[in-house]
Design a protein around this ligand. Sequence first.
Ligand SMILES: [Zn+2]
Length: 133
Amino acid sequence: MPRLRNTDIPVRFPVRPLRAGQDAKARATCGECGLSWDDGIVTSMTPAPSARCPFESFHKTLSERQKRARENRKHKATERTRARLDYHAAQNAILARAEDIVDHPEMYGEIAAGLLRSSVSTLRLAKLKLEGY
Ligand SMILES: [Zn+2]
């Protein structure tokens, strides 16, 4: 369930969100943001009309936060895919150099040195990146 946090409501706001288990004369809870308030305390905004939430003006904070979280997940998925492709590309580069060695055993030393220098460090970097997601 989407929830605003009590700290999302500025201290100067006329209605204070109730803490969990806090006593109230008439506890009310919003189904959208999940915040509770005491409808038994009369303020400029409470008692709230039926099906209304005194924190409605902060609901946009909630949808912005969800939107950011969605974009963040999408971005991470893209990065994960990119890291996976880099990793496979590095594996293929090593395989290609290994095949070069098989085909040209007389070049072993030279090819192996190049392989160890470039491919292994590339593969290690790609693996680190992949493990980060
Ligand atoms: Zn609400």
